[in-house]
Design a protein around this ligand. Structure first.
Ligand code: GLU
Length: 321
């Protein structure tokens, strides 16, 4: 059964979501990274990117915020592209940990397996895998070029965030060395950690993340730049990673209530991928107790539910004028 949705309907629902959720004051900015604690907590934006390249935006969608853990998706795509899906499964894995994003306990439990590139352990491991091995500058260029291709424009390093995070990331330092102990870091551990910290400190806008979501939803073809950002067959494995662990220990609740695979970051961004239909992103700094933006979650759920969209409802969606 095909369900037709018009572009004007989507615009209207996005506006409504913004108006309904704008004044919500729940959650609080991440404070374990000092820089994030001081970001204006009232910033809020929603951006949708359709597969024809059209973007629908409302609110602070041009504000560059810390990408944080959403960058784990981009770098997962890079290593999938460099190594292939099977090798990534073998070297990192694809299982949800069911534990917080920065869990050391999870590494001890599955000690020869960081589980998934979408939690800190797997993401640091992924940065260690980025080719060319041993060459920090070239690895960094590969990471940034890949993010640029996915976003359709370049991200900007937020120097203060990078400094703030580098000065305080003791937990992640432990993770890097523990992974080394278990043979799950494939390059120099401090270098892998630094690349991870730097990629988390890149500033992106909600629209750049909506475009990334749309690129994944479109089989790797960026609908805005019309450039193939990654091999088409990698869209399914990367979307499955997002679906299983995008919201950390709340991933099941999220899929159950929203119907869209999405990835969050403690900077307040959320990026959703609705295969064959669109990418959607919302951004608002206050996060809940597990690290997911409160308003961004509400906004994406609102849009999905109001439009009757759900990756599991078996409906073919046609976006019409
Ligand atoms: N850079 C953050 C950290 O490693 C990312 C966490 C997140 O966004 O979930 O702690």
């Amino acid at each position: 059964m095909t369900k037709n949705i018009s572009i004007s309907q989507i615009k209207e629902v996005v506006q409504q979501a913004y108006a309904e959720i704008k004044n919500n004051t729940d959650g609080k900015n991440a404070d374990y990274i000092p820089f994030l604690a001081n970001i204006d907590k009232n910033l809020f934006g929603i951006s949708v990117c359709l597969l024809n390249g059209e973007t629908i935006t409302v609110g602070d969608t041009d504000y560059a915020f810390g990408i944080e853990s959403v960058s784990k998706v981009h770098t997962a795509i890079l290593i999938l592209q460099q190594y292939g899906a099977e090798k990534v499964l073998e070297m990192i894995g694809a299982d949800a940990t069911g534990l917080p994003f920065n869990s050391i306990f999870a590494i001890l439990l599955e000690n020869e397996h960081p589980s998934t590139p979408l939690v800190n352990a797997g993401a640091i491991s992924a940065c260690s895998m980025v080719q060319p091995i041993g060459k920090s500058d070239e690895k960094w260029s590969a990471i940034v070029d890949n993010i640029t291709n996915l976003c359709g424009s370049a991200p900007k390093l937020l120097d203060e965030l990078y400094k703030s995070e580098s000065d305080t990331n003791y937990n992640n330092r432990s993770i890097a060395w523990l992974l080394k102990n278990y043979g799950r870091i494939y390059d120099d551990p401090p270098m892998a950690l630094d690349l991870y910290t730097r990629q988390c400190s890149l500033g992106v806008t909600a629209t750049q993340l909506a475009i990334t979501g749309a690129t994944i939803a479109n089989g790797g073809l960026n609908p805005v730049t019309k450039k193939q950002a990654f091999n088409e067959e990698l869209a399914a494995p990367v979307t499955s990673l997002i679906a299983t662990v995008g919201f950390y220990e709340h991933s099941g609740d999220w899929m159950y209530t929203s119907g869209i695979p999405a990835k969050t970051g403690v900077g307040g961004g959320v990026m959703g991928v609705l295969p064959g239909v669109m990418g959607i992103s919302a951004f608002a700094p206050p996060i809940d107790e597990v690290g997911n933006s409160v308003k961004a979650q509400l906004a994406i759920k609102y849009v999905m539910n109001k439009l009757g969209l759900n990756v599991f409802n078996g409906k073919q969606i046609a976006i019409v004028e």
